[in-house]
Design a protein around this ligand. Sequence first.
Ligand SMILES: C[S@@+](CC[C@H](N)C(=O)[O-])C[C@H]1O[C@@H](n2cnc3c(N)ncnc32)[C@H](O)[C@@H]1O
Length: 242
Amino acid sequence: MSLSALERLGLSRLPNLREKARRIYKFFSNRPGSEYIASAYAIQGLMVLLDRYRPKSVLEIGAGIGTLSFAAMHMLDECRKDTKGPFAWKYFAVESDRFCLEELKKNLEPWESRFTIVDHLEESSELVKDFEFIILDGGKKDGKFFEKIPLRATLFIEGDRRPQRELLESVSRGRDYVCFNAVAFRFFKSGGYWVYKFEPMLDDRFYLGFKSLYYRSWAACKYRIKPIIKIITRTSYRCFGN
Ligand SMILES: C[S@@+](CC[C@H](N)C(=O)[O-])C[C@H]1O[C@@H](n2cnc3c(N)ncnc32)[C@H](O)[C@@H]1O
């Protein structure tokens, strides 16, 4: 994908992050190997966080065909536009699958010389200490990796990844962190992500604490009401459907 193709995607002209996320999702859904790509909801969530924290270094584990990497690099460039002075960033993407590696290179061509691909996860536990922002959408349970997450880092986890999160939380027991689980707002649509902020500042405590409360209330409604709606739909179908 060349730079002009990126321009044709017209992301910079779109009015908000939701539209950008949808367009990126649509574009990647039509690319080879799109079966396991991140949801539009998670793409939007990632862009919102990058806009807030404007990290200068991002490490992505399990880059796949590059949906989240594409959104992240576009966002880092956008942040640079309205930052006074230079805003350089470094981006490391970890991916081991040969097919994905090929697609990743093609899909991230507009940033060709500006990011690094690492093809061994083992190296990433040494790398992680140098990154402010970490995206996790793959890899394995690795305690050493989680132990080295640096002070005040932000961790974005696509989907649920419960085994990895449980390990993360157990190795981070002595650390100060806040987290929340964003749950998609549509009743019958899945999609979500987790955010962990280590050693948060006071404003982060408010921001992430509020988000946590907000999503917990929504999830409580969603997961209680959803089965009730299903029962009503099924019963009315049995009674009145043919
Ligand atoms: C869910 S997919 C990522 C999709 C990607 N975020 C996207 O939206 O395009 C997970 C990826 O993690 C990669 N992966 C899994 N285990 C890995 C490992 N041990 N080292 C490196 N990559 C790994 C897989 O090859 C797969 O491409």
